[in-house]
Design a protein around this ligand. Sequence first.
Ligand code: AMP
Ligand code: MG
Length: 407
Amino acid sequence: MAKTFECARALILEKISVLPTESVSLLDVVGRVLAEEIRAPWDLPRWDNSAMDGFAVRAEDCGPMKPLLIDGYIPAGGTADGIFVSPGRAVRIMTGAPTPPGCDTIIPVEETEETDDRVLINGRVRVGAHIRVRGEDVQKDEVVIVAGSVLRPAEINMLASFGFKTVAVFRRPKVAILSTGDELVEPGEPIGPGQIVNSNAYSLAAAVREVGGEPVLLGIARDNRQSLTEKMNAGLQADVMITTAGVSMGDRDLVCEVLQEVGVERLFWKVDIKPGRPTAFGLKHGKPVFSLPGNPVSSMVTFEEFVRPALLKMMGHRRHIKPFVKACLQETISKKSGRTQFLRVRVVDNGERLIASSSGDQNTGILRTMLRANGIAVLPADREKIEAGEEVDIHMIAAVADFDVSI
Ligand code: AMP
Ligand code: MG
């Protein structure tokens, strides 16, 4: 019996485990998921320091008629050793330099006038101004980044600020991609009658890379046991295998049979969805194997809805399923009851709300409609018709479009 969309996806996520961790250089961790908790090894900033280029002073000494004697200089990278702000004196200081003892305020250079060895402070002085206090950002031993965080430039700056050169992150899955079919040729090869180009491998590789995995192209298996067995055994060396085509009911659709022969335990075959009904999922020693349909649109949509969440879980992400965006349907859509329908839509922001309209011909064979789409509306299985104006749930696959831009 075919599984419902929700059951199939839940079963996949239940069976997927998080990959082991590895230590990776800060230069290569953007987008990766942190596998350890980071505590501050020291206060940040490490000492009280100046937030401006200017003068370190005692606020009480400053006044319009009271020039201060300039006595000392602390550049960035310098120390305040042996320097002290005595009454009636000012120490020249650069941004980031440690504030010398005795001072309670920094006066920015823009608010001063210098003559010879003296400086006159114009304007009002606020005690404590422009001093960055030790530990005001982060205190020693505080948790600054929790395990499971996605590393963005901001997290990477924090890690580098604390002197980390490498951090523990979850491994990226190697994802073997196997195209199947006697009719397939690779891009660039001569194409004969009845042949089509193996385009799925390229869009799936791109999708794997976009999520953060490492695609491994296995090439094309022909529709016979020997070829499929050989390629599948190679693919099972990776962390995940994706096959496309050969999962329908045709007499050359051998993918499911051969997967079982090479030891993949089938967890489901056929899901009540459109497109993508023949999708299958299995495991070999815990390694996930996704068998996606051959139609380019079906393979992309089933990747998005089943494989993507699985890869995110393997990489340690805490959120696996994209949150839905709600948009108003522009036109009434009739659908088959009993199947969740993935409608390719174009979502635009009209300034008041998000509006979703079909991106064109929804036939599985129509690839163009996928190019125009920036979202996949997930229409519930139990509905036969969604009326214009109703709100629908959308998985965005690109940014919301501006109202006046159309392609
Ligand atoms: P099948 O499930 O094997 O009957 O394939 C369904 C449809 O998808 C057929 O029209 C195939 O030619 C097409 N197809 C299969 N594999 C690929 C591929 N790798 N790239 C593009 N189209 C494919
Ligand atoms: Mg085929």
